[in-house]
Design a protein around this ligand. Structure first.
Ligand code: MSP
Length: 510
């Protein structure tokens, strides 16, 4: 039976336009989803928008629009950016959709039936920007007397209102036991440690409804309250697989294999979410993988600095695939990184134009000119051929291993090791010199190079889908032979090849 693989991105707040940070989680999740599909899994890849709450309501008001009109508009921007980034999501959830309201309310009722909810009064600090409650010791005063959350810098305000609470405190031991028994539940390990020490420090019950505004899912049976936006938002992962219809075929996809999240939203995913699911008696996701944040040319991205870069002009200037490559190659997934023009250009030129692009162009244009424009025939392999082919053969499991650990940069690094080895091989074998002296050997060398390029192109599809499609076309690889397992089938000698066209232009700064 085909194995399921369910992967999610966070759902994006619709309070502003999509930027590089948003594009990043999408690109990473997309690479993983595409890899798993190529590896034969039945993938369900979800992204979407988080449309309720005080922050979105305020953004709509600032724009002079009613929240629904406002969110319809901004959500479309996220749908567009996903398409622009060639994201292969299978569904796009919006928390204002009826299916989601139904699921969120059903989840509420289930938590209530489990005795995990009680009515009380919330009195404490709240940061609208983070949509988060903070203990006083998680905040500090600014010189001007205003108070902010130390972790995020967001201003907090004192809130007093009737509120329903979730009995989070009752789940402390169960959570710690779970983290202990499932060491990969939170990754990377530094983040796991952070979460565990936070939970060990004690958990307070969580306010899960608000009464001071109305832009949210009404609490079942008490419509004065709207559900706390994080409870509402987290349920999206269930909504998309058909919850509350647990008999639905789609629901077999639950639990998700991995939720990708940025480091700012780890507490919601690694503490609140598993506690909600435990209370509801639903299975927990396989993993919460936490990635770092990008700064832009060394500075924190922020609306006030106005440097939250729009991804669209970058795509127009550098091309989508080079950008996707850069995001996943430059920084180990899990670490913070800096997005600089200089680093981007240097990756494009060194790795793509001079690296892979040059290898493909050298090989394919030589074949077009000197080997009849078809996949050459292979003679008896020499030790050099065997060594290079063995390296190519060993690549899929290495890439699979790295991608399974979400170490995208390592997967790419392994692929580039093979590219460099192939470069060395061409220089050494010098097919141009064999043209007159030993044409059969020349064909064999070129065959080996085409075989290596096929491995590289197949394995790079998750990262640079369009460009690799073009390369595979140029290599004469049939559309139904581009799965990872197709690498076990030998190349068809004599397959006619189209005229090669360069893949990655060198970027010259004007
Ligand atoms: N709506 C919540 C998520 C709810 S999930 C049930 C939210 N939305 S967000 O739009 O503010 O952020 C979405 C994702 O973008 C988060 O994972 C966040 O970490 C990520 N990023 C936002 N800025 C970023 C960078 N500068 N760099 C990398 N990722 C960044 O949080």
């Amino acid at each position: 039976m085909t194995q399921n693989f369910y992967i999610t991105t966070p759902i994006y707040y619709v309070n502003g336009a999509p930027h590089v940070g948003h594009a990043y989680t999408m690109a990473a999740a997309d690479a993983l989803a595409r890899f798993q599909r190529l590896d034969g899994k039945n993938v369900f890849f979800l992204t979407g928008t988080d449309e309720h709450g005080q922050k979105v309501e305020a953004a709509a008001r600032a724009a002079g629009q009613d929240p629904q009109t406002f969110t319809d508009h901004i959500a479309q921007g996220f749908v567009d950016i996903a398409a622009r980034m060639n994201i292969s999501n299978d569904d796009f959830i919006r928390t204002t959709q009826p299916r989601h309201r139904l699921a969120a309310q059903a989840m509420w009722q289930r938590l209530e039936a489990a005795g995990a909810i009680y009515l009380g009064k919330y009195e404490g600090w709240y940061a609208v920007r983070d949509e988060a409650f903070y203990d006083e010791d998680e905040t500090a005063l600014r010189p001007d007397g205003s108070r902010y959350a130390t972790a995020s810098g967001a201003t907090v305000e004192w809130v007093i209102e009737p509120s329903y609470f979730f009995k989070l405190s009752a789940f402390q031991d169960q959570l710690l036991t779970y983290y202990g028994a499932n060491p990969n539940f939170i990754a990377p390990p530094t983040k796991r440690n952070e979460v565990m020490s936070f939970v060990r420090g004690g958990l307070r019950d969580l306010s899960i409804s608000r009464t001071s505004f109305s832009w949210g899912v009404p609490v079942p049976g008490d419509p004065q309250h709207v559900m706390y936006v994080w409870l509402d938002a987290l349920v999206n992962y269930l909504t998309a697989v058909g919850y509350p219809d647990e008999a639905a075929e789609k629901f077999a996809l639950w639990p998700a294999n991995v939720h990708l999240v940025g480091k700012d939203i780890i507490r919601f995913h690694a503490v609140y979410w598993p506690a909600f699911l435990m209370a509801a008696g639903l299975p927990l996701p396989g993993q919460i993988f936490v990635h770092g944040w990008w700064t832009i040319e060394g500075e924190k991205m922020s609306k006030s600095l106005n440097n939250a870069i729009d991804i669209r002009p970058l795509v127009a200037e550098f091309g989508l695939d080079p950008l996707r490559y850069f995001l996943l190659r430059e920084v180990p997934f899990g670490n913070d990184g800096d997005f600089s023009r200089k680093a981007l250009i240097s990756r494009i030129n060194a790795d793509l134009a001079n690296g892979l692009g040059n290898l493909a162009q050298r090989t394919l244009s030589f074949i077009a000119k000197n080997a009849g424009g078809m996949v050459p025939s292979q003679g008896a392999p020499t030790p050099a051929d065997e060594a290079l082919l063995a390296q190519a053969h060993a690549l899929p499991p290495k890439v699979r291993g790295a991608i399974t650990r979400l170490a995208f940069h390592e997967a790419l690094d392994e692929i580039w090791r093979l590219i460099r080895a192939a470069d060395g091989y061409i220089d050494h074998q010098a097919p141009w010199a064999l043209k007159k002296t030993d044409p059969a050997r020349m064909h064999s060398v070129l065959f080996t190079l085409v075989a290596v390029l096929r491995s590289v192109a197949i394995l790079l599809q998750p990262f640079m889908p369009d460009t690799m499609q073009r390369l595979l076309d140029q290599l004469g690889v049939a559309a139904d032979a581009r799965q990872i397992k197709a690498l076990d089938t030998p190349l068809r000698q004599g397959t006619p090849l189209p005229t090669p066209v360069g893949l990655f232009p060198r970027f010259v700064e004007a």
